[in-house]
Structures are given as structure tokens and as C-alpha cells.
Design a protein around this ligand. Structure first.
Ligand code: F6P
Length: 552
């Protein structure tokens, strides 16, 4: 099958009419009419549950959305991605990040060539390096590395940062630090207090040209060489990149470079050697579990029937909210402190992928595309922006993420580095901590309930300020515990959701031309900012700001 434009027109028209027909239906009444609504509007795979019953959708909505996906040939497009076709057509590249999390025995080809041998060899090289850093076999001038600093930005930073935080209980290697911002304060604050003789610096940049990363890397090299001498650089640095010559020109030997491929987009690269800092922190075995979680979601996406397929459903609900209901943003609220950077990670994944205004053929799109994605962990968000989510004038669909079991559960900790020493004081503290989780769960569920139910004027005692309109949608994703496997599942779920939405909008989710203009202009402005020259060629505002900043 291919994308069928007349079937698409029919599907959109049917959805619009159906949406209009639901205008006076309240979500609560859907629950009253169907005692099995939760079961009917939830799906799960490998212990990960997605409940979308608190969205205003019916069996007919789902049928029509699935018909839309079929008309857009989402499944055919999915198969073309997994088959290694150059679906990133503006860069003429395949999109094969699923290969870099696939196990031995999986088959992925590119232009007729098998890629798994290269993938597995690179993975093994990273694992070997991680093992030797962890064991102290690869050591610094002052002994085993105690600290690892990852310098990268965007896809070369957000994934490892987010995952390192999410999997904190599994850290049993050197301490991890991340520097991304070109603001020197970031590097200075991270390096302060570190011992250069026991610090390993990873420079992560697919292109090895990104100005922020290269500026930070050069300054970090100065910091290290000042303390240990220029000759120490090659031993205290490693690189993750696809640009061998540039890495070597920087002074990092090829033996310390871990590569990946141009068919892995930066924001899809956490599974590759970009995950090296995480491999060092949690060890190759745990990292392999993380890959297994991503791969399990790939299989689910390829094999599960559409009406039970989590990425398909999450994508279609996204389309429903964006294009039929007209909601401009969506909030992702993890009720899991360790997922605190997950919304930031999703911002790049989703908005750099689907923030597009022309179709794959370069024509203006005919409907809104990627929404604004944002969020913070609950319960903190409740004491900040939830006011607007409940009573503001825009409706913002919320995606809640929740663990069934508390992270402090002793059974969980037995598999991590947080095993307690067994003293009575520790036991008392554990007991105190275990009381937190029910409270966290209750808060998460209360928010989705409040969004749906609302509060009428009568219930609010006639006070309009205390009225909640309700009927506001949310999805809840429930996992057992935040393990490496579960984190892998979650990331791959959201990657494929982005894919499903992009396929329906007919946009290319795999390029990012929208970040280029700012980069070019920044390069041109560096001179005027430094010297104050050439301001007459600039617009009045930019010139005025430069004069003010230069104190002229
Ligand atoms: O922000 C644009 C971008 O190209 C991202 O897509 C990418 O993840 C990031 O810059 C970093 O790029 P690199 O890994 O080449 O330094």
C-alpha cells in the first residue's frame, strides 16, 4: 500500500464530523455508559500499561483514527524505515536507530548490506572500554578514574543525562558529570573540585563541529593540560563521533574514538556509543537491559495489531488532540523524580523531529503539526503550572508516567548499588521512605481524576473561582519500576509515537534544518560582539544590544 490521498480526505472528513458529534458528550458519561471502559481503552506490552480511557474517545473514534493511519500507510512507512530505506529524504539517509538496540541475530540491511556486524562490533568496543574504565585497567595519571565528564549538546547530551538520572540506583561506576552549555559557567562549575589526574573527559559530537561542544572540549583540554601536561590529553580524553579526522586533529587517538553512523539521528542516538557515559556508570550488563527494553518496543511496534499497539495509539491520540481538538501543546508529567529530565529529552525528540511546516515534498502543510511538548515531575508541577492546566483557557492534554512500585522498595534496591548496611537507623529511614509512594500514586491519580471530573458551580458553592470545567484529557502510562529495561521501553515508545504522527502529517521527522539559521548567524555575530566592528551592517536592535553589552 501507499499513502492514499482520497482515502485520507475521507478519513479526515469522517473524523471532523465525528468530533463535532462528540461536542456535548462529557467524558464522565462515557464511563457511566460503559463499565468496561478502562479495559476497552487501555493497552499494554511487557508490563507497560497505557490508559487512554480519560481521553474523550469512543470505539468509533478509534476506528476512524485507525482508518486514518491506514490511509496514511503508517504501517507501510514503518516497514520501509525498518527495511533501511532512505526515508530521511532531505538528507538521503536511512533511519535505522532500531538496529543499534537490536540483539545479536537481528537482521538490518542498508542498500543490501547487513549492518548488524558493525553495530555489534562497535557496541562491544564501547562495552570493553566501559569495563576497563570501571575496573581501573584504563586509568588516569593519578589512578583509576573517579569522575567522567561528558561534553556534548542536544542528542549528544540529553539522552545520557536523562538516562543517567533515571537509572541513578544502578550506578556503581565512576561519578558522571555533563557539560552542554557554551556558557563557561557550566564547564567551570562541573570541573570545580574534580581532580584532573582522575578525570576522564568524553567529547560526544556526531559531527565534531558543534561550536558549543568544541569550545567546551578545548577549554577542558586546557584545564587538563595545565595540570597534567599536554601529553596526558590522549589518555584522559575519549570521543564519540562519526568524524574520525576531526577527532584525531583534536588530539584524541582513533583507538579512543567510538563511532556511529549517519543513519542514526542525534536525538535517536542514546542507544549507540553516545550512551558510553551511561555504560561506564551502570555497566554493560545493565546497559544491555536498557537496549533490550528499546528492542522489545520495536518488536511490539512491528508486530502488535494496530488497536493494541502502544506507539500507534499514542500517536493517534496525539493526532486527535492536535488536529481534531486543536490543542496546541501537551504536557508530560512523570510522577517519578528520577524521570525529571524526561520531558526535556522529549522536547528534542518530539519538537526537533516534528516541528516542521512543509511536507516531505516541500509543500506547506495543510494542518498544525508538532505540538509544544513540556513538563516537569509531579508532584512539583502541581504547585506551579497545574493551576493553568485545570482552570486556564487552553486545554492541555497531560501524559502521566507512574511507577507501580516505589523506587525505595527493598526488593528493587537489592538489584542496585543502594543496598543498605542493615543498621536499625537505615531500616527506620527505609520504612519512612516507603510511605512516600502511596502518596505519590494518589497525587498522580487525583490529578487525572480532577482533570476529567472537574467541579460544577453548585459543587463549588456558587463560587465561580472554584469551578473546574473538567472534561480535560489525560493518558497514564504505568510501569512496574524504573529499571533499565523500562526506560528503554519508554524512550522507544515515544520515538515511535513521533514516527506515527510524522507519517500522518507527511513530514520528515529526521532532519533539523530549523536549527541551522541561528547557528550561522551566531558565527557571524561572534566578531562584532568581540570587536564592536561592523555594527552598521546589522539591524538596529541587534546593533543596539551589542553596544549595550559592550558598555559603549
Ligand atoms: O541542535 C542541532 C543538532 O544538530 C542536534 O540535532 C544534535 O543532536 C546536536 O545538534 C548536537 O550535534 P553533534 O552531536 O553533531 O554535536
Amino acid at each position: 500500500m501507499t499513502r492514499n490521498s482520497s482515502a485520507l480526505d475521507t478519513a479526515w472528513a469522517a473524523l471532523r464530523a465525528h468530533h463535532a458529534g462528540l461536542a456535548s458528550t462529557r467524558m464522565m458519561s462515557l464511563f457511566e455508559a460503559d463499565k468496561g471502559r478502562f479495559e476497552a481503552f487501555s493497552a499494554s506490552t511487557d508490563g507497560l500499561l497505557m490508559d487512554y480511557s480519560k481521553c474523550k474517545v469512543t470505539v468509533e473514534t478509534r476506528r476512524l483514527l485507525l482508518a486514518l493511519a491506514e490511509a496514511a500507510d503508517v504501517q507501510g512507512f514503518r516497514d520501509r524505515m525498518f527495511a533501511g530505506e532512505a526515508i530521511n529524504l532531505t538528507e538521503n539517509r536511512a533511519v535505522l536507530h532500531a538496529a543499534i538496540r537490536a540483539p545479536k541475530g537481528a537482521r538490518f540491511t542498508l542498500g543490501g548490506q547487513e549492518v548488524m556486524a558493525d553495530v555489534l562490533a562497535m557496541r562491544e568496543a564501547c562495552f570493553a572500554f566501559a569495563r576497563e574504565v570501571r575496573s581501573g585497567k584504563i586509568a588516569g595519571a593519578g589512578g583509576a578514574f573517579t569522575d567522567v565528564v561528558n561534553i556534548g549538546i542536544g542528542g549528544s547530551d540529553l539522552g545520557p543525562v536523562m538516562a543517567a538520572e533515571a537509572l541513578r540506583p544502578f550506578h556503581d561506576g565512576p561519578r558522571l558529570h555533563f557539560v552542554s552549555n557554551v556558557d563557561g559557567a557550566h564547564l567551570a562549575d562541573v570541573l570545580k573540585g574534580l581532580d584532573p589526574a582522575r578525570t576522564l573527559i568524553l567529547v560526544a559530537s556526531k559531527t565534531f563541529t558543534t561550536i558549543e561542544t568544541m569550545t567546551n572540549a578545548r577549554s577542558a583540554r586546557t584545564w587538563l593540560a595545565r595540570a597534567l601536561g599536554e601529553q596526558a590529553v590522549s589518555n584522559h580524553f575519549a570521543a564519540v563521533s562519526t568524524a574520525r579526522e576531526k577527532v584525531e586533529a583534536f588530539g584524541i587517538p582513533a583507538s579512543r574514538m567510538f563511532g556511529f553512523w549517519d543513519w542514526v539521528g542525534g536525538r535517536y542516538s542514546v542507544w549507540s556509543s553516545i550512551g558510553l557515559p551511561l555504560m561506564i556508570a551502570i555497566g554493560p550488563e545493565r546497559f544491555a537491559e536498557f537496549l533490550a527494553g528499546g528492542h522489545a518496543m520495536d518488536r511490539h511496534f512491528r508486530e502488535a495489531p494496530a488497536e493494541q499497539n502502544l506507539p500507534m495509539l499514542l500517536g493517534l491520540i496525539g493526532i486527535w488532540h492536535r488536529n481534531l481538538c486543536g490543542h496546541p501543546s501537551r504536557a508530560v508529567i512523570p510522577y517519578a523524580q528520577r524521570l525529571s529530565r524526561f520531558p526535556a529529552y522529549l522536547q528534542q525528540l518530539d519538537m526537533e523531529s516534528n516541528g516542521k511546516r512543509v511536507t516531505r515534498e516541500g509543500e506547506p502543510v495543510s494542518m498544525p503539526t508538532g505540538p509544544i511538548v513540556w513538563g516537569e515531575p509531579g508532584t512539583n508541577g502541581q504547585h506551579a503550572f497545574f493551576q493553568l492546566i485545570h482552570q486556564g483557557t487552553d486545554i492541555i492534554p497531560v501524559e502521566f508516567l507512574l511507577g507501580a512500585k516505589g523506587e525505595d522498595d527493598p526488593a528493587h534496591k537489592a538489584r542496585s548499588s543502594e543496598v543498605d548496611s542493615g543498621s536499625r537507623e537505615d531500616f527506620a529511614f527505609e520504612k519512612a521512605l516507603s510511605a512516600h509512594h502511596p502518596l505519590l500514586v494518589a497525587n498522580c491519580l487525583a490529578q487525572s481524576q480532577a482533570l476529567m471530573r472537574g467541579r460544577t458551580l453548585a459543587e463549588a458553592g456558587g463560587n465561580p473561582h472554584r469551578v473546574f470545567p473538567g472534561d480535560r484529557p489525560s493518558i497514564t502510562l504505568v510501569f512496574e519500576r524504573l529499571t533499565p529495561f523500562v526506560l528503554g521501553q519508554l524512550i522507544a515508545l515515544y520515538e515511535h509515537r513521533v514516527f506515527v504522527e510524522a507519517a500522518i502529517w507527511n513530514i520528515n521527522a529526521y532532519d533539523q534544518w530549523g536549527v541551522e539559521l541561528g547557528k550561522e548567524l551566531a558565527t557571524k555575530l561572534e566578531g562584532p560582539v568581540l570587536t564592536g566592528e561592523g555594527l552598521e551592517t546589522l539591524d538596529g536592535s541587534t546593533a543596539g544590544l551589542i553596544r549595550r553589552i559592550r558598555g559603549e
